[in-house]
Design a protein around this ligand. Structure first.
Ligand code: DAH
Length: 356
């Protein structure tokens, strides 16, 4: 900035001096194009070291008789500068606000959201991924009906009528035919029977699909859920093939940190039978609430196909051996995406569905 010329040398009249102060101040104010620059100009023009302040200090060197008039002129000059300053400030505030509003403006034609695109539900995506992993291991994908007869859901799976193991599944029966002969399938295992009946060994198949149970929904159970069944029937299939298949699948799907283990269990259609557990994905095996501090969570069941099942479908149990497994797709999704409560899968809250 250019300070007003200090003409304390006595040249010109005192009136000229104050006029010059004011007009140079107006020039300086006009040159300030931002509020920050204006603040600086204010200090320069009206501050302790400004020409105006110096002129005030110089009043003492005047004849006492001249002082009141000179002081009045200086005060008048200060008032005029202050008023110009206030005008300029209003002007700059206005233009800065206009610039801000322009920058922040909402152009309604810009924010029209693109149409929301639907996408596959996370459980469906899990099912697709599981299929891919098994197809990569040489399995075929098969399907079966959701409404089953007692023969497929229970009897051919080595559970004759009144077999106590039927109580392992809370069954939803349909009012069709004789009472309790037609039902919503409680697991995907009946499709094992259908496959063995319709196509001979060797069989390497996975069977994904919906299952139904008379369950009260909670964080880890939903009455309509999904399973994926596996069935291998060939010559010389061993328990080691089962364990290897399950471990290979587990690391392929969950990643190299997650492993599988088999624990002795009971299912009527396999002998021996095992529970299939994986490293807890939440704590990576250290122990947490989800896995009850064990580091492992159960995913499903498996075992070597029971000879009684081969007999039910007319296969020679001395010639063929096989293994089977079945586990929950929803449970898999829950573990992989670390979802605390399974019920979010069918609450249809789009905020949740968009995240997963
Ligand atoms: N069907 C069983 C269930 O829903 C799970 C299962 C266990 C499937 C053992 C199998 C198996 O194929 O061999 O509880």
């Amino acid at each position: 900035m250019t300070p007003a010329p200090d003409r304390g040398d006595g040249s010109g009249t005192p009136d000229d001096d104050t006029e010059a102060l004011v007009s140079s101040a107006i020039e300086v104010l006009g040159a300030a194009t931002t509020l920050a620059a204006l603040d600086e100009a204010q200090t320069d023009l009206l501050g302790k070291r400004s020409p105006l302040a110096r002129a005030h200090q110089a009043l003492v060197s005047l004849e006492p008789g001249e002082r009141p008039e000179a002081g009045r002129r200086l005060n008048e000059a200060r008032r005029r500068i202050e008023s110009h300053l206030a005008d300029r400030r209003r002007e700059l505030q206005g233009s800065e606000r206009a610039a801000r509003l322009h920058a922040d403006r909402l152009d309604p034609t810009e924010v029209i959201a693109p149409p929301l695109r639907g996408r596959l539900h996370v459980v469906q995506r899990t099912r697709d991924e599981l299929e891919d992993v098994f197809v990569g291991m040489g399995f075929a994908v098969a399907e079966g009906p959701e409404v089953e007869t007692d023969w497929y859901n229970f009897e051919a799976l080595n559970m004759p009528p009144a077999h106590p193991a039927r109580g392992m599944w809370d069954t939803l029966y349909l009012e069709l035919g004789e009472p309790e002969t037609v039902m919503l399938r409680t697991h995907t295992s009946p499709v094992q029977i259908r496959l063995m009946e319709t196509q001979g060994p060797p069989i390497y198949a996975v069977i994904p699909g919906k299952c139904y149970r008379r369950d009260t929904p909670d964080a880890r159970h939903i009455p309509t859920f999904h399973q994926i069944e596996g069935l291998v029937v060939d010559h010389g299939i061993s328990f080691a093939d089962l364990a290897g298949t399950i471990e290979t699948f587990t690391t392929a799907y969950f990643g190299p940190d997650i492993h599988s283990r088999l624990r002795p269990s009971y299912f009527p259609f396999t002998e021996p039978s095992a529970e299939y557990e994986i490293t807890c994905t939440i704590c990576k095996g250290k122990g947490c609430r989800t896995c009850s501090q064990t580091g492992w969570v159960e995913l499903g069941g498996c075992g070597m196909v029971d000879p009684a099942v081969f007999e039910a479908v007319g296969l020679d149990a001395d010639e063929w051996t096989g293994f089977a497994f079945g586990f929950g797709i929803d449970r898999c999704t829950q573990m992989r995406h670390e979802i605390p409560d399974m019920r979010v899968f069918f609450d249809n809250d789009v905020r949740v569905l968009r995240q997963i």
